[in-house]
Design a binder for this molecule. Structure first.
Ligand code: HEM
Ligand SMILES: *[C@@H]1O[C@H](CO)[C@@H](O)[C@H](O)[C@H]1NC(C)=O
Ligand SMILES: *[C@@H]1O[C@H](CO)[C@@H](O)[C@H](O)[C@H]1NC(C)=O
Ligand SMILES: *[C@@H]1O[C@H](CO)[C@@H](O)[C@H](O)[C@H]1NC(C)=O
Ligand SMILES: *[C@@H]1O[C@H](CO)[C@@H](O)[C@H](O)[C@H]1NC(C)=O
Ligand SMILES: *[C@@H]1O[C@H](CO)[C@@H](O)[C@H](O)[C@H]1NC(C)=O
Ligand SMILES: *[C@@H]1O[C@H](CO)[C@@H](O)[C@H](O)[C@H]1NC(C)=O
Ligand SMILES: *[C@@H]1O[C@H](CO)[C@@H](O)[C@H](O)[C@H]1NC(C)=O
Ligand SMILES: *[C@@H]1O[C@H](CO)[C@@H](O)[C@H](O)[C@H]1NC(C)=O
Ligand SMILES: *[C@@H]1O[C@H](CO)[C@@H](O)[C@H](O)[C@H]1NC(C)=O
Length: 327
């Protein structure tokens, strides 16, 4: 076989060149692997349409699910990066992030992710990561519920680990003050402005009484009628899991009403009202409240940035077959 001969010096040169190219590709291709919007174009061209159709159905069944899927993306990306770590179930020998304080009895949408995963596995086995599914599902949710779109970069791989401690330390608490909120985002290289923008996601979805009780009973920077109306669903004791919408105006629609509510001291969480409480972020809240197009454009950009948080690429991590457990 001519190809296997190494006696021809010219062929040897080309073999060496090929080897050299291979080494270069490994070094640069893997070490510098980037996300790209075309990542599944040849390996799973139906991936994006499959994800979208499951998200459409899930939101048609329960509008809140769009908010839940958006939050899932945030809670994935802020803990070890966007690597699907928040999806892993606990086992007797492994503790995941689902029972960490910000997630326990709160983070949801796992069944929807499972449904998407089983549909994409049927179309293209072992190709599409859970981390990418979460990123696309969040974008689709925002669009379906009236918000802006953005291009989701793809090619993230899934973690083989999770970090319960990091979920407790890196996800911001609703009891933080403005400087605490800024610090939580600074830790992920987000500016104070980007923190205010990302918080606009509280334009849809729900929160539990336990997370806003202290605000409605004890705080003074709250609209009194708004506080009383919330007390009727959030008793001073008990009812910890009773729900209220985060946005009192358009609860399951993605718009800039969140910022308008803040101007009226109708932020539900302590952390929400911190963004408009006489501090340095007041002007941005005012600006977004009167300029929805600017909020939308900024929000799209901040979600793209969130999706770039420490992705696993190249040969790092794996493509899980089941989003709830490592292969
Ligand atoms: C700025 C700091 C943030 C804090 C302190 C915070 C805190 C919270 C809390 C306490 C809840 C209610 C959870 C419950 O009671 O079960 C919640 C809900 C939610 N959060 Fe945040 N969050 C923040 C930023 C974000 C960001 C950046 C996003 C997404 C980009 C986001 C998206 C959501 C959504 C959509 C919901 C409603 C989820 C549902 O209805 O299932 N949040 N957040
Ligand atoms: C990949 O697919 C998307 C969606 O069909 C298309 O917009 C894009 O142009 C494709 N990119 C390449 C490089 O083929
Ligand atoms: C539809 O939403 C309800 C909650 O409103 C949930 O209990 C149910 O499992 C959902 N059904 C499907 C098929 O997703
Ligand atoms: C999570 O919530 C369950 C049910 O309320 C509770 O029993 C459990 O102790 C909580 N886990 C943690 C780690 O707080
Ligand atoms: C988990 O997260 C904590 C807090 O960020 C960090 O100190 C620790 O090193 C992480 N553990 C692993 C195994 O990565
Ligand atoms: C914000 O909270 C931190 C920690 O609880 C506290 O040390 C700090 O003094 C607070 N800052 C303001 C301006 O209240
Ligand atoms: C933030 O930026 C620093 C400096 O570029 C980098 O070392 C760090 O890994 C970044 N953090 C995250 C969470 O991306
Ligand atoms: C309100 O503040 C008082 C005094 O700090 C505290 O004892 C009480 O538990 C708080 N109530 C709520 C509902 O947080
Ligand atoms: C809230 O919780 C309390 C105590 O568990 C319960 O009695 C009440 O019916 C709940 N209210 C609503 C509006 O769900
Ligand atoms: C939104 O407005 C701010 C303040 O004027 C500006 O800095 C920012 O660039 C605008 N965003 C976009 C995407 O144009």
């Amino acid at each position: 076989m001519a190809g296997s001969s190494s006696s021809n010096s010219s062929l040897g040169f080309y073999k060496l060149l090929a080897l050299q190219l291979c080494v270069t590709w490994l070094l640069f291709g893997v070490a510098y692997a980037q996300l790209s919007q075309d990542f599944y174009n040849t390996t799973c061209p139906s991936a994006l349409s499959i994800i979208r159709s499951v998200v459409v159905a899930a939101i048609a069944n329960e509008t809140r699910m769009g908010a839940s899927l958006t939050r899932l993306f945030f809670h994935d990306c802020f803990v070890q990066g966007c690597d699907g770590s928040c999806l892993l179930d606990d086992t007797p020998t492994f503790i995941g992030e689902k029972t960490a304080f910000p997630n326990n009895n709160s983070l949801r949408g796992f069944d929807v992710i499972d449904k998407i995963k089983s549909n994409v596995e049927a179309a293209c086995p072992g190709v599409v990561s859970c981390a990418d599914i979460v990123a696309v599902a969040a974008r689709d949710s925002v669009v379906i519920l009236g918000g802006p779109s953005w291009t989701v970069q793809l090619g993230r791989r899934d973690s083989t680990t999770a970090n319960f401690t990091a979920a407790n330390t890196d996800l911001p608490s609703p009891f933080l003050n403005l400087s605490g909120l800024m610090a939580a985002f600074r830790k992920k290289n987000f500016t104070a402005e980007e923190m205010v923008t990302a918080s606009g996601a509280h334009t849809f979805g729900d929160a539990r009484c336990t997370n806003f009780r202290a605000r409605i009973y004890n705080e003074t920077n709250i609209n009194p009628e708004f506080a009383s109306s919330k007390k009727s669903i959030c008793p001073i004791t008990g009812g910890d899991n009773n729900l209220s919408t985060l946005d009192v105006t358009t609860p399951y629609y993605f718009d800039n009403a969140y910022y308008k509510n803040l101007l009226n001291e109708k932020g539900l969480l302590h952390s929400d009202q911190q963004l408009y409480n006489g501090g340095s972020t007041d002007s941005q809240v005012e600006s977004y409240s009167s300029n929805p197009a600017n909020f939308s454009a900024d929000f799209s950009n901040v979600m793209v940035k969130m999706g770039n948080l420490s992705p696993l690429t190249g040969s790092n991590g794996q493509i899980r077959y089941n989003c709830r457990k490592i292969n």
